[in-house]
Design a protein around this ligand. Sequence first.
Ligand code: MF3
Ligand code: CO
Ligand code: CO
Length: 273
Amino acid sequence: MNHQNLLSRTGNLQARPHRGVVLLSARELDKMRRVGRLAAKLLQHLEPMIKPGVSTQTLNDEAEQWTQAQGAVSAQLGYAPPGHSPFPRSICTSVNDVICHGIPHPKQILKDGDIINIDVTLILDGYYGDTSKTFLVGNPSATARTLVEVTHDCMMRGIAEIKPGARIGDIGAAIQEYAETHRFSVVREMVGHGVGQQFHMEPQIPHYGQRGSGLKLRPGMVFTVEPMLNEGSRDIKILSDGWTIMTRDKKLSAQFEHTVAVTEDGAEILTLP
Ligand code: MF3
Ligand code: CO
Ligand code: CO
């Protein structure tokens, strides 16, 4: 029996779990589309500001002001999972050898040749939208540009695996294969995640793995695909601020993230502007 079709017809608002994974109804997916689009538009809004001389705090402040003006809320400001201090800013700004969860600061000024990932997560009408992109500041090295391009393509190759009946391991395998073809490494400590009425939910989506392994995908599942690729080794280091995650060898790292829904015949990217 196809429960998803039944739900689409009845418009049932109840989120139902399958093996601990929530399946969203058609009406919930509409709310996810709205918040997803808004998060993508925030990245689009910030893009022209990403130039040498701007501080990551200025990007944060613009993001917070824009988010409030849209009637949305930053999910990241004050976010405190068990064992973590509250995240002190509205967006994550991860520059060069920072892999993720970089904290915006007024003394951190972007310079020509940097790469910066901006990760935004918004809450609108009770639903979360999570997306990030790595931007070029001025003219980065050929290696930096290749890393950024390959990381984006890894995300899209992972998303291309998504359809009912495919498995979570298929996503990670596609990402890992393409990254390693280009001699980049994949970070393993941070994974994609289910997202909906909460920020981080089941299932976990590793960006490495084996085809045919893991949970089978079903229509109505919504999760992020957010690979982090390192220029050098995959080893990480966590700063004493409790948040900033860096490459151990101080080489570059890049990341892209979309929130994606499993549909009847494939995948729908929810975080496009
Ligand atoms: N947006 C990140 C993710 O993709 C999480 C950031 S949590 C924060 O899951 F507290 F650092 F903002
Ligand atoms: Co995420
Ligand atoms: Co994110």
